[in-house]
Design a binder for this molecule. Structure first.
Ligand SMILES: CC(C)(COP(=O)(O)OP(=O)(O)OC[C@H]1O[C@@H](n2cnc3c(N)ncnc32)[C@H](O)[C@@H]1OP(=O)(O)O)[C@@H](O)C(=O)NCCC(=O)NCCS
Length: 200
């Protein structure tokens, strides 16, 4: 990977750029639709997300919103989408990680786990053994999935939340910051508290 286009010039994009640089990427540029900004993390913004399909280099989507991340990733040739793992993340040898997923500093992913495409495994989070994490899932800063947890597509596990072992969470859920999930969640929605209760 020499040249990388990061789509999404946000704080999250800035962290993605740092991981790319630590992986030896020598040329980093951003695409973003906000015309009022011209750089991110010291790297130039040279295009818009609508041009994503025309990019002739490696690409990663640095956008927090799962729906937007999915839409843009699907508009790019999948052979161009890269996976980024911070050198200070700990990932077991047999872990499978899909295209477009970013694993941040201090994250731990243990054996037997499968992570889908377009996911964010954020700073100091952990995904323990034999988990199945769907596509475009966000495991936020400092949150933890115990062993054999299934997380459905596009679900967002909030900062510092914990999901107990052997639990399944369906697609399109928001699990609030600091929540604890101890029973399966079968209906999409927003869940908060210890243990979680549905609020939306
Ligand atoms: C769950 C969340 C999405 C709800 O946001 P929201 O839809 O705007 O909801 P509101 O702020 O209107 O709160 C609705 C109610 O839920 C409560 N609530 C919201 N988030 C809560 C949380 N994490 N834990 C406990 N209660 C929470 C509020 O106090 C409020 O209760 P009330 O009706 O008794 O006053 C949000 O609070 C949250 O936790 N986001 C996670 C952010 C995060 O983890 N970022 C990580 C970036 S890496």
């Amino acid at each position: 990977m020499k040249k990388l286009v990061i789509i999404g010039a946000s704080g999250h994009g800035k962290v993605v750029a740092d991981i790319a640089r630590k992986n030896g990427c020598s040329e980093i540029v951003f695409f973003d639709d906000d015309e009022s900004i011209h750089e991110c993390g010291g790297y130039p913004i040279i295009g818009k997300s609508s041009e994503a399909g025309t990019i002739d280099s490696d690409v990663i989507i640095g956008i927090g919103n799962a729906g937007v991340r999915k839409r843009i990733q699907e508009s790019v040739d999948e052979n161009k989408i890269v996976t980024l793992i911070h050198p200070d993340a700990v990932v077991a040898d047999d872990v499978v990680i899909g295209a477009g997923t970013v694993v941040m500093a201090g994250a731990v992913i243990n054996p037997g786990t499968h992570i889908g495409k377009g996911c964010i495994i954020n700073t100091c989070s952990s995904v323990d053994h034999d988990c199945k994490v769907g596509d475009y899932v966000h495991i936020s800063v400092g949150s933890h999935l115990c062993g054999t947890v299934n997380v459905g597509d596009r679900t967002w596990i909030g900062a510092g939340a914990t999901v107990s072992n052997n639990i399944s969470i369906c697609p399109d859920c928001m699990i609030g910051a600091g929540a604890v999930v101890i029973k399966n969640i079968e209906e999409a929605g927003t869940y908060v508290g210890v243990p979680v209760k549905k609020i939306k």
